[in-house]
Design a protein around this ligand. Structure first.
Ligand code: LLP
Length: 426
């Protein structure tokens, strides 16, 4: 739950605003983002790693307001598409503090990044190295790049979000020599300035070992690059991936502890190889925005399956949170509009979409007097919910409201059916 969440006379409040007022004013379903909580988490990373070396991963959730919060807290920004770059630029985010990712950046996307003066581009394929070099030559600029290296680490997370093993689409493998070849080619390109190496092992990770092994392998590789080419690359980026607590039993890693561990590992390897210690940077998305957000829904119907469970249906579902259906993600939720002393019953929180996989929370206990009109709040939905929202069954996407100091304001307005119909030009 966001740090600004409280129960006041039975009702959940966030940032000093009651959920009933939020839904009365902004409708349901609704994403609510606790601005103070977001900023505090951004600052925790800034304090642990140094502001300029933390790139908030916009894929977790990005809009202009959030880009401004990130800029104000002194962090950088990781974008991975032309669309995310457009939001950052529209918010006035300083381009020099933006890093651009993607395994298939298009020519227009790379051109826009160069024209905007994006600070660094993380190259992901041999095709991209040539493409970027050509675009930089046309513009007579030198692009600062990092090479994305896959270190072979098996991250303990869902298969779809693990990214450091060899058999997947991202980056240059260390094990096959592709990473060494990529470094050689970039160094040969006068239009490209190699500033560092990059590794992202995966997402929603609780185990420090994966980060540590990646840090060690990347530093060893940095030393090899130095030995072979005589260049000391100034930057190492270890990506994002720190897990958050979706359930009470989840134990997230401490940012300060992990920062200190990683620094020590990199420093030790550098010392052993007579290398100067590079700047260490990271790209947290979920760990900053995930816990700061909740989703509010209104209960519409309750179906009791005798002897098994109750299906509590809400007015959203897999269109505003696809993570349960896609990854089997776990969430927790509560009745938010009132207190209840009714006995708990085994329940499943489901959406209103036309398939039975449309589940928000698979198994949980809810008070047996839950019914139409009750508001339910799901915790930890700040990351990868609005950013992965879709319009399945022509449901308009919910608004995002920021709360702070007892006040709420829309930062992304609710879609309307007119918005959807506007695109339908047949
Ligand atoms: N840097 C790179 C290069 C990434 O690919 C990602 C996430 C991040 C940073 C940020 O990772 P985070 O700190 O947020 O874990 N849709 C999935 C997560 C996909 C993550 C993709 N890359 C989910 O909902 O769990």
């Amino acid at each position: 739950w966001p740090s600004g969440a409280r129960r006041v006379e039975g009702m959940l409040t966030v940032g000093g605003v009651g959920v009933k007022d939020l839904v009365a004013e902004y409708g349901s379903p609704l994403y609510v983002l606790d601005e103070d909580d977001f900023r505090a988490r951004a600052r925790a990373f800034r304090d642990a790693f140094g502001g300029a070396d933390v790139y908030y991963a916009g894929k977790a959730f990005l809009c202009k307001a959030v880009a401004r919060w990130v800029a104000e807290e002194g962090l950088g920004l990781d974008v991975c598409s032309g669309g995310e770059l457009a939001v950052a630029l529209a918010a006035g985010f300083p381009p020099a503090r933006i890093g651009m990712h993607g395994n298939n950046k298009s020519v227009p996307e790379l051109a826009r990044a160069l024209d905007a003066g994006v600070g660094r581009i993380i190259v992901d394929s041999f095709t991209e190295i040539d493409r970027l070099a050509a675009l930089a030559a046309e513009r007579d600029v030198r692009a600062q790049v990092q090479v994305r290296v896959t270190t072979g680490v098996e991250a303990h997370t869902h298969e779809f979000v693990a990214t450091a093993h060899d058999d997947q689409k991202f980056g240059f493998a260390l094990s096959t020599g592709a990473a060494a070849e990529a470094v050689r080619r970039v160094l040969e390109c006068p239009q490209l300035e190699l500033v560092g190496l990059h590794s992202h092992i995966g997402s929603q990770i609780f185990d420090t070992a994966g980060f540590e092994v990646a840090a060690r392998r990347l530093t060893v590789f940095l030393a090899e690059v130095h030995a072979r080419h005589g260049v000391a690359l100034p930057e190492l980026d270890l990506g994002g991936g720190l897990g958050i607590a979706y359930l009470p039993e989840d134990t997230p890693l401490d940012v300060t502890v992990i920062a200190a561990n990683l620094r020590e590992i990199v420093a030790r390897e550098c010392a052993a190889n007579g290398l100067e210690v590079p700047r260490l940077s990271v790209e947290p998305g979920r760990a900053i925005v995930g816990p700061a957000g909740i989703s509010l829904y209104e209960v519409g119907t309750v179906k009791d399956v005798e002897g098994l469970r109750s299906y509590v249906s809400v007015d959203g579902g897999m269109s505003d949170n696809i993570r349960t259906a896609l990854y089997g993600a776990d969430y927790s939720c509560v009745v938010a509009s009132r207190a209840s002393t009714a006995p708990p019953m085994l329940s499943r929180l489901v959406g209103k979409h036309c398939e039975s996989g449309d589940i928000v929370v698979r198994d949980l206990y809810l008070p047996s007097d839950i019914g139409p009109g009750d508001l339910v709040a799901v915790a930890g939905t700040g990351a990868y919910c609005r950013s992965m929202a879709n319009n399945y069954n022509h449901l308009p996407k919910p608004a995002v409201v920021a709360v702070s100091g007892g006040r709420a304001r829309t930062i992304v307005r609710r879609e309307t059916e007119d918005d959807l119909l506007r695109l339908d030009v047949g």
